[in-house]
Write a protein that binds this ligand. Structure first.
Ligand code: HEM
Ligand SMILES: CC(C)=CCC/C(C)=C/CC/C(C)=C/COP(=O)(O)OP(=O)(O)O
Length: 308
């Protein structure tokens, strides 16, 4: 019996017993928290002491909009999510939560988030955040995800925006540095996601989602994880190369890259069946680590630590 058949689902019309926790689940809170860490680092790198109001309203606005985008993703994907074990227990896929309520929740969060950014932060950040929201909720989820194995590469632009949004929230303008921070997350997205997609290949195949391991096979995807891993390494060296960060960053990011590429190498070799999932989980610690050492280096410079 296929996994799709053993997934327990409530019959249509029995969407009862939802809790507030389900509304939180719709927002993909752990993903949003990591995004907010990236936004905060973007803010702190942009200016030595950013205005507390811009930081607070910026994070709140970006967080609400990202949570709203994630809730739209749950709405659009509710039937697809019901076909995969990893996602079948989600509030909409399991029919615990009524779809109109989820739609209203997604709209409320998005309007509040973009409105707050426009009203209390600046128009540039509000428009860029709206672009990311539409990019993820509509362009990626409704179209790209079902259309092409390059879905996450193109859709990755939306997910990579948070550090840039943080930067514009406190400065009101774009520049090469925030674009570089965005590029780091963009290059990291394929190794982050394809590692998981290799592990979940059969589920995606059964659900008919054209993720790279489904359309081009696991071996090809493992190679792409390895190659995009190197691209990520190259991009993470740019902040040092252009003088944006110093030796503290270089040392920290080199250690992280060593570990990141060790996992990507294990994925590429394909001898350890546990490697893809372990590499996926490490990728999250890695991106937090990269932004962490960017910040550490920034303050080491500001405080003029001897020798740095
Ligand atoms: C289009 C780009 C991206 C794709 C396709 C993607 C895909 C995924 C998927 C499928 C999961 C598993 C979710 C689950 O099991 O519920 C996941 C988890 C996660 N992703 Fe990504 N991701 C992307 C971008 C990002 C970005 C930009 C960040 C943060 C900067 C991020 C942070 C995380 C975190 C923290 C988790 C773990 C969530 C948990 O613990 O439940 N992702 N990602
Ligand atoms: C405004 C702003 C900054 C927007 C960013 C929105 C956001 C929360 C992006 C998250 C990226 C992500 C987890 C993609 C996976 O979607 P999926 O549908 O492939 O994964 P799933 O199957 O786990 O739902």
């Amino acid at each position: 019996m296929s996994d799709a058949l053993v997934i327990r689902r409530a019959p249509a019309g029995t969407a009862t017993r939802w809790t507030c926790r389900d509304l939180l689940t719709l927002c993909k809170p752990r993903v949003v928290v990591v995004m907010l860490v990236c936004s905060l680092v973007g803010m702190l790198l942009a200016t030595p002491i950013p205005s507390p109001a811009a930081v607070a309203f910026g994070l709140l606005g970006i967080g609400l909009a990202a949570g709203g985008a994630a809730a739209f993703n749950h709405v659009v994907d509710r039937r697809l999510d019901a076909l995969m074990l990893r996602t079948a227990r989600r509030p909409l896929a399991s029919r615990r939560l009524p779809t109109p309520l989820a739609l209203a929740w997604a709209t409320l969060l998005s309007v509040l988030g973009i409105g707050l950014l426009h009203w209390q932060v600046n128009a540039l950040t509000a428009w860029l955040t709206l672009g990311s929201l539409i990019g993820y909720a509509l362009v990626y989820t409704a179209f790209l995800k079902r259309a092409t194995p390059q879905n996450i590469v193109i859709g990755g632009v939306a997910g990579a925006a948070p550090p840039l949004l943080g930067w514009t929230a406190v400065t009101g303008q774009l520049g090469p540095e925030p674009l570089l921070l965005m590029l780091i997350v963009f290059a990291w997205t394929p190794p982050h996601f394809w590692a998981l997609a290799i592990h979940k290949r059969d589920e995606y195949a059964r659900a008919g989602v054209p993720m790279l391991p489904v359309t081009h096979g696991s071996a090809f995807t493992r190679l792409q994880v390895w190659l995009y891993g190197w691209l990520t390494v190259a991009v993470t060296l740019l902040p040092f190369a252009i003088g944006m960060s110093g030796v503290v960053y270089l040392a920290g990011v080199s250690l992280l890259n060593l570990r990141f590429m060790t996992w990507n190498w294990r994925v590429w070799r394909g001898r350890d069946p546990e490697a893809p999932l372990a590499a996926f989980w490490f990728s999250i610690r890695y991106i937090l680590g990269v932004f962490g050492v960017l910040l550490l280096d920034h303050y080491a410079h500001l405080w003029r630590l001897p020798g740095l």
